[in-house]
Design a binder for this molecule. Sequence first.
Ligand SMILES: *Cc1c(COP(=O)(O)O)cnc(C)c1O
Length: 352
Amino acid sequence: MTTSSSTLVDLRSDTVTRPTAAMRDAMLSAPLGDDVFGDDPSVNALQEQIAGMLGFEAALFVPTGTQSNLCAILSHCQRGDEYIVGQQAHCYRWEGGGAAVFGSVQPQPLNHQPDGTLALDEIEASIKPDDAHFARTRLLALENTLGGKVLPFAYVEQATQLAQRKGLSRHLDGARLFNAAVAQAAERGTDPRTEARRIAGCFDTVSVCFSKGLGAPVGSALCGSREFIARAHRIRKMAGGGMRQAGILAAAASHALDHHVERLAQDHALARRLAEGLAGIAELQVEAPQTNLLFVDLTGAARSRSAELLAHLKQNAVLATGLYRLRFATHLDVDASGIDRAVRAIRSFFHA
Ligand SMILES: *Cc1c(COP(=O)(O)O)cnc(C)c1O
């Protein structure tokens, strides 16, 4: 979609995209059935497609990434077990404490290193001995990308090998796995699908979101062994995620996997374009974006002006978020002219 000067440049999230015309066509023509009976051909096709792409035996289509992570954690862990996770990880910080609320599974959060990783020695030190005093440490949950950062692949291998040596299961919240794969492919001179499979291969289970940069309206998938997915299927039912003619949504996700993976490189380029456009504004500290999320901090006397800046942007039909830091997300409903409009709006606020 193109952004003309009269339309909104919505950089709040990569979830704000509307289905493309081709995606809507795919949804309308999708064969449907009742997925609670296992009868929806489009859901079954999507589950096979994503499992095959990432090298797993099976997959489960779920309405949200939150439910996907919940099904994963509750399938890996029993009551009184714990999972090791990053302080900023979605499945610890941003899901309402669901694993603790619904599963009595305790998180063991660790601080992130500046590159988004969890230090290996801290992971190892946080694994509890087998002793009646302690929760049973069962699972390492990583996230990639984490705040738009791509976890270095060598690190992913080391951390997941450590977990395996220690008898822990390994879950990846790969809501933006394909963004990581596209960035990693550009760096290694390979292709994104190979890289997605390589990253996923380090884990027992992987969750991916279709509703972020891939541009589908709804949906995520949890991938794992056949036996694991059977367990997760029961949890999904308990969580109220058994959907009926869900193929209309699965068809959108399949279309996204077929057509919207490689194009994530364009979103990454637009995030860089925005970062470059903001260079040299004294009040801003702009973090170099690795994928489609750009984080910006206000400095000095401007530090307290983030609400004012966001209001100014809104007046100029540019939207962003500022919960902790200013965040700008690029996606398939913004283009270069929209980004340039955002740059002008931000520059005008600072008279820069
Ligand atoms: C968005 C997101 C989720 C959750 O997805 P919802 O569909 O919004 O529930 C999980 N993990 C990460 C990293 C995300 O960005």
